[in-house]
Design a protein around this ligand. Structure first.
Ligand code: IPM
Ligand code: MN
Length: 355
């Protein structure tokens, strides 16, 4: 398996270095023959090439079997036409990675922010919605009408709703068989009623899966009050972006939030958190979301190629993550005292203890 690794901005190089060591150690242990090739995107690439991402990089990535993308500083980016492109969006759009899959669960040994234990997945549409740089073929769907008036458009299509709904039901079928649709159909009546209808139509193919739905604002209260009532939550792009930060923080920390951005032929592992420039270079960032994202990538590859060893490797990565958390071998943000790079050593030690 050829994986392109892009460390990214801020804490990215530190957390991705841990992830590299983890990937190479499981590759050796499970004989996966993983090859990592490092490329740059984001601020480093902007300095070197004048653009945060390039078409040459996209071509290299397309030739690989998967991508690990580090966090990107996006807030200060200028105009896309001047090369200041948001790399996350660039890869999601250009590789058609339509399913943004974000598990959030509590871990024994870690302090969670709610009383209940829970285990849920947010399945977020990734290619349209309220994302001005993604939902039009060229240009942006955000327009400055007069210096004081802006219009930002949200695109919802049957095709994208159908495929994201199907991703959610497939996941639910192998879990607690429950899909929750999150929407704002009381206000976005046409678009979000279409989203709900399509989810129900797709749901007919999965008769064992129970379906319910919540309006997005009320959902914030429900998920805080009773996160254990949810299994798979399916929603449009921006609602899912916001909700998934909440669910990961409820589980203990945004630093635990792994993501898989999956399309039909390609997938990208990417932590759900940002580049955290305030703690960059201090060796204290939590690398677990990166490790969990990498485990998801190996699992995706294993399912795609029907490879038991990739699936076993991904399960071992999850298992070791659990063990490290249970024994308090974690970074300070979740109550431990290990440095970022010490997580790699702890992981490898735990891996060697397995027969
Ligand atoms: C995420 C991020 C991105 C998004 C940003 C970096 C564009 O918040 O992956 O959740 O909004 O999708
Ligand atoms: Mn986000």
């Amino acid at each position: 398996m050829k994986i392109v690794v892009i460390p990214g901005d801020g804490i990215g190089p530190e957390t991705m270095a841990v992830c590299d060591e983890v990937l190479l150690s499981v590759s050796k242990r499970f004989e996966l023959n993983i090859e990592l090739s490092h490329e740059s995107a984001g601020q480093e690439s902007l300095k070197k090439t004048g653009a945060t991402v390039t078409t040459e990089l996209l071509e290299k990535v397309k030739k690989a079997d998967g991508l690990m993308l580090g966090p990107m500083s996006t807030l200060e980016l200028g105009q896309a036409s001047k090369g200041e492109i948001n790399a996350s969006l660039f890869f999601r759009k250009n590789l058609d990675l339509y399913a943004n899959i974000r598990p959030a669960k509590t871990y024994p040994g870690l302090t969670k922010r709610v009383q209940q234990d829970f285990d849920l997945i947010v399945v977020r549409e990734n290619t349209e919605g309220f994302y001005a740089d993604r939902n039009v073929e060229s240009g942006s769907s955000e327009m400055l009408i007069t210096p004081d008036v802006v219009i930002s458009l949200r695109r919802i299509t049957r095709h994208c709703c159908e495929r994201i709904a199907r991703s959610a039901f497939i996941l639910a079928q192998n879990r607690k068989k429950h899909v929750t649709i999150v929407h704002k159909a009381n206000v976005l009546k046409i678009a979000d009623n279409m989203f709900i209808d399509i989810c129900h139509q797709v749901g007919k193919e999965f008769p064992d899966v129970r379906i319910d739905d919540f309006i997005v604002d009320a959902m914030m209260a429900h998920v805080v009050r009773a996160p254990d009532q949810f299994d798979v939550i399916v929603t449009t792009n921006m609602f899912g972006d916001i909700l998934s930060d909440l669910t990961s923080e409820l589980s203990g920390s945004l630093g635990l939030a792994g993501t898989l951005n999956a399309g039909i032929d390609f997938a990208m592992g990417q932590a759900a958190h940002g580049s955290a420039p305030d703690i960059a270079g201090k060796n204290i960032a939590n690398p677990f979301s990166q490790i969990i994202s990498a485990a998801m990538l190996l699992n995706w590859y294993g399912q795609k190629h029907d490879s038991k060893s990739f699936i076993a490797a991904s399960q071992a990565m999850e298992q070791i993550t659990l063990e490290l958390m249970k024994s308090g071998q974690v970074t300070p943000d979740v109550g431990g005292n290990l440095k970022t790079d010490e997580i790699a050593k702890a992981f490898i030690k735990q891996l060697q203890m397995k027969n």
